[in-house]
Write a protein that binds this ligand. Structure first.
Ligand code: HEM
Ligand code: HEM
Length: 231
């Protein structure tokens, strides 16, 4: 049957495309948690002590939700980009890819870091505790109290990554595990700074498309009017 001009659907551009509701909720929950983790990590010494208290729970939640986001993305067709220059499209593609990598890798390094401690009750833990008590006494300080295990949102103990924790199960492995812990601490801080750099680039790009190019960019991620959704 022949279609008449008036019966044609309106051109796509007139209906702003947007991501699925699931993708939008995941995007903003993960973004808020990452901003909290960056702030609590980078300003740990400047902010009140309690501000860091949820860093581990929030970080592990970012890891879990980012895995869900990646699986969801693989199961859905992506959204075509808004009209933009070729180099901008490539920059956006690379930035999104690196953001996904960082959303998984940064919390992973944090988890590896906190796993790199002798398992509670092991000979390695007793040895490490005796060593820190000795060092404290030599410095004229009181012996440190053994650290309580971290709880995930105050509910269950955060599981340790077995092979990493096992490195320090025996006293002979404690020094090697400590060196590894320090290396992971440095890596965690470095990749977190890279994530901050990507975030600045990402937000800068989104705001440029919205306010300089005057494209309905933010509506694609749920801010303003749009229609759902792929991606
Ligand atoms: C740490 C925080 C953030 C992370 C990790 C993040 C990550 C991402 C990722 C990976 C995408 C690509 C989605 C896909 O195509 O699969 C995306 C899209 C988007 N983000 Fe963010 N984002 C963050 C914060 C923000 C903020 C603060 C804004 C507000 C300006 C924003 C606005 C957008 C918009 C508008 C899109 C859609 C891009 C498009 O396809 O046109 N994001 N974000
Ligand atoms: C996207 C998620 C995360 C971000 C953006 C982030 C960011 C940061 C930053 C910027 C620091 C300060 C680093 C420094 O002082 O050099 C830090 C420290 C720390 N993070 Fe994370 N983190 C995340 C996830 C995690 C996770 C999942 C864990 C543990 C399971 C974790 C555990 C820690 C710990 C224990 C410290 C303190 C290290 C120290 O004693 O100096 N983080 N984090």
């Amino acid at each position: 049957m022949a279609t008449t001009a008036w019966a044609d659907p309106p051109p796509l551009r007139a209906r702003t495309d947007r991501y699925t509701r699931v993708a939008i909720v995941l995007h903003w929950v993960i973004a808020a948690a990452i901003i909290y983790n960056l702030t609590s990590g980078l300003l740990r010494d400047q902010l009140p002590r309690g501000f860091f208290a949820l860093h581990i729970s929030s970080g592990l939640t970012i890891l879990i939700l980012s895995v869900v986001r990646v699986v969801w993305k693989l199961m859905h067709k992506g959204l075509p980009f808004l009209p933009m220059a070729g180099w901008e499209r490539w920059l956006a593609r690379i930035t999104h890819f690196l953001l996904y990598a960082a959303m998984l890798f940064v919390p992973w390094t944090g988890w590896v870091m906190i796993s790199a401690n002798p398992p509670a009750g092991s000979a390695g833990a007793a040895y490490a505790q005796a060593q820190s008590a000795q060092a404290a006494t030599a410095a004229g300080k009181p012996a440190p109290v053994p650290r309580k295990p971290s709880l995930f949102w105050g509910l269950v103990e955060v599981p340790k990554i077995g092979p990493v924790a096992d490195l320090g199960r025996e006293p002979a492995g404690v020094a090697e595990q400590r060196a590894f812990h320090e290396q992971m601490e440095e890596t965690h801080g470095t990749v977190a700074i890279m994530l901050l750099f990507l975030l600045v680039l990402h937000v800068g790009g989104a705001l440029k498309h919205q306010f300089v190019d005057r494209q309905p960019e933010l509506a694609r991620m749920g801010i303003g009017r749009g229609r759902g959704g792929s991606g």
